[in-house]
Design a binder for this molecule. Structure first.
Ligand code: MRU
Length: 339
């Protein structure tokens, strides 16, 4: 199934609970806006493009659950829901993008029923488009990979971070589909281990060779010449930087030092051309993510902690950005992408 979807029978959001992977594959339902927000905050659904779909479906759910009796009240309810959903995670721009897209789609609605049906069809369109964009992006990106490449990736920018197929892993999947032998080095991606729990699981399901390393092993392998390329996803691309999972910047510096191409794969919905590094809030997560693992203490329980979820990689460290419209090389005149 898709990472996140709408169940037409129950009229609810369904998603794969990613917090349980790889031990358990469980599909959960979000029956309320509160349960969707909890799912986003606890990373049951995560990854920028999947969050875009979650935002869209969240608005459709809010419209469906509203007991408003007139259009103005329903629109007010949806505006409140939009604010609530957007506040769950601040960095990935796709979440707010998905919410706003559904909200604006209802501008032309003429009655209560049409608001609800437009909201749902727009949310479904976002999800369908995400799959199509990732496929297209994968085709463009696959041309950059050669038979025999060993590709390092960080976090999970795969099917589970999108509605399906994936961005960074979508490029790898497309290259494999073209008949190329690609080996993946997956960084575990501390502290929540999206790399070791999700990327390796996803790739092994597709029989794509993958080797797990800790985040700090990347430099050692690059120095030994064991990595040909790096491909990561993105949570937000501003005019000056790419925000992605914490640790991405370090890999980019290492890749530059070792003259290894460093690619970012992301749909255009991840671009925030009005934003700059300084205008974007980096999500700070719970201190206990570093103090405990599976309920077991791995640090003194009162140690001071700093736990940002993302970092910023300057454009000069990036070889190319792969989008559904093509591959872009520096200088990145990002507004040209949208012409
Ligand atoms: O905190 P997460 O798991 O939502 O972070 C996800 C990432 O940083 C991904 O690399 C990014 O969203 C790209 S997903 C295609």
């Amino acid at each position: 199934m898709r990472t996140i979807d709408w169940n037409d029978e129950s009229n609810l959001i369904v998603m794969i609970d990613q917090t349980l992977l790889p031990e358990e594959y469980k599909v959960i339902e979000c029956k309320t806006l509160a349960s969707l927000c909890e799912a986003i905050m606890s990373l049951r659904v995560r990854g920028a493009p999947a969050l875009g779909a979650a935002g869209g479906y969240g608005m459709a759910l809010a419209a469906r659950l509203s007991s408003a009796k007139d259009m103005d009240s329903l629109i007010k309810d949806m505006q409140v829901a939009a604010k609530t959903i957007k506040s769950t995670r601040p960095t990935a721009v796709n979440l707010a993008w998905g919410v706003d897209r559904v909200l604006h789609a209802t501008d032309d609605a003429y009655d209560l029923k049409s608001i609800k049906s437009i909201a749902l069809s727009e949310a479904k369109r976002i999800a369908d488009e995400d799959v199509a964009k990732n496929r297209k992006l994968g085709e463009y990106g696959a041309e950059l990979l050669e038979d025999g490449d060993v590709v390092l990736t960080h976090c999970n920018a795969g099917k589970m971070a999108c509605v399906d197929w994936g961005t960074a892993l979508g490029v790898i999947r497309s290259a494999v589909e073209d008949g190329k032998q690609i080996q993946v080095i997956a960084c575990e991606t501390r502290p929540l281990n999206q790399g070791s729990r999700i990327t390796t699981w996803e790739l092994m399901q597709d029989n794509i060779p993958v080797t797990l390393i800790t985040d700090s092993m990347a430099g050692h392998l690059m120095r030994k010449g064991a990595i040909n390329k790096v491909i990561v996803g993105a949570d937000r691309i501003t005019s000056d930087v790419v925000f992605n999972k914490i640790g991405t910047y370090t890999h980019s510096v290492l890749a530059k030092e070792h003259e290894i191409p460093f690619y970012v794969a992301a749909p255009l919905s991840t671009f925030d051309l009005e934003g700059w590094e300084d205008t974007v809030a980096i999500e700070l997560r719970d201190d206990n993510e570093l103090r405990f693992w599976n309920g077991k203490a791995i640090a003194p329980k009162d140690v001071r902690v700093y736990n940002p979820a993302f970092d910023a990689t300057p454009m000069e460290n990036i070889t190319a950005v792969i989008t559904e419209k093509g591959v872009y090389y520096p200088p990145f005149l990002l507004d040209e992408l949208f012409i």
